[in-house]
Design a protein around this ligand. Sequence first.
Ligand code: PLP
Length: 458
Amino acid sequence: MPIILHSKGSRERKANIMNNHVFYPVLNKKYPLIVKAEGIYQWDDTGKRYTDACCGAVVSGIGHGVKEINDAIKSQLDEVAFAHRFKFTNRPVQELAALIAELAPADINWVSFMSGGSEATETAMKMAREYWIEKGIPSKYKVIARWQSYHGNTLGALSMSGHLARRRRYAPMLAAFPHAAPCYCYRCPFFKQSSDCGLECVQNIEEIICQEGPENVAAVIVEPVVGSTLGAAPPRDGYMQELRRICDKYDVLFISDEVMTGMGRTGKIFAVEHWDILPDMICLAKGVSGGYAPLGAVAVREKIHAAFRNGSGRFAHGFTFGGNPLAAAAGVAVIRYVLDHRLADAAAQRGQSLLDKLTALQAKYPAIGDVRGLGLMTGIEFVADRSTKQPFDPTLSLTDKIVSKALENGLMLYGSAQCADGIQGDAVMIAPPLITTEEQLDEIVYLLDKTLEQVLPA
Ligand code: PLP
């Protein structure tokens, strides 16, 4: 059959219709063309300025256009851009691993690299599986996660993710990993109040470990503060410590997915430091390179590295771009910037101020049901009725409307739609760069207020 080439004219017409040839996530939408970025702002090609109140997807922790980072990447580019990880090591990857090991709690001393968050959680899942094979207990393979969680979009990561809307289309292709109740105090799955809470949600993880049989369970994975699927929901006091105790009791690995919370976002370099617990693995991405390069990492305890070292001597899984010198150079420069500018402390301080400002906004809008968060990872959940916590009708797509209207107003927000149960519920996250000043927080809240006035029912 002959191949019919389109004429140039018809190709141009097609390109105009589709904006260009990029296969965008939302096909009937015209995306603004970003041409400049500096601090907490980005500009499109018409000169319109956007205030980045969510770091894209909680990525750009140190803000945009930082010269030191650009210089570090350029200088690495002049030395070597790529060296394959099976044959070589490189200076920035060694430096980055040493830096993460130094900052991570206790004996979390070994770091594996990849290009993003899904690759990080997928790696943690497979490393947990291989760890038990190395230890001579090959029956352990299941990973327990929680409902209303997000651990990434590759099939392994999505199998762990407990978000109905994101799973639905791929459901037949997912591994049958068990899911426990979320720690979601605003809508407690056990209908408890703060006064009579017995941490039933963490007990639920213990029950599931027992139902599945501890001899089959490799790991439990949790986001310390649940991000995109729960709109910045921190755990209740005692939850993380109790989870550590349960994992120890049944010989199950504890994976802390800090893809969103890592590198200062919550007011500590790693969120687990808030509860003084030692996970067995920490997954990182997003803030670890602040968006300057695609980078992910899994940092693990001595016992995990030792199992491989003293066992087969190999960890089979990995990706071509794992340990890429350019990405690692970006990571080193970004972490140094976070440390030099004490950005974790800044996040703690500004985060409290932001929570106060958002709580003040709650007095104006009855539709704001909850304001929550930790450090500069904050969220607000919207309800049709504050007294019953009834969510808005999901066909209204309220979260999308708020996020789009905000963008029109020059404000970037991160939507956490379907937060109530994976089907309904509306929330947005406000998680600006850790360099945000008090005046810029006021500007963000002003634009948010303006947006809510335009979108929320009177
Ligand atoms: N884990 C968490 C907690 C996340 O928030 C995300 C992304 O939002 C991921 C994993 C997946 O990261 P990526 O989009 O870089 O693959």
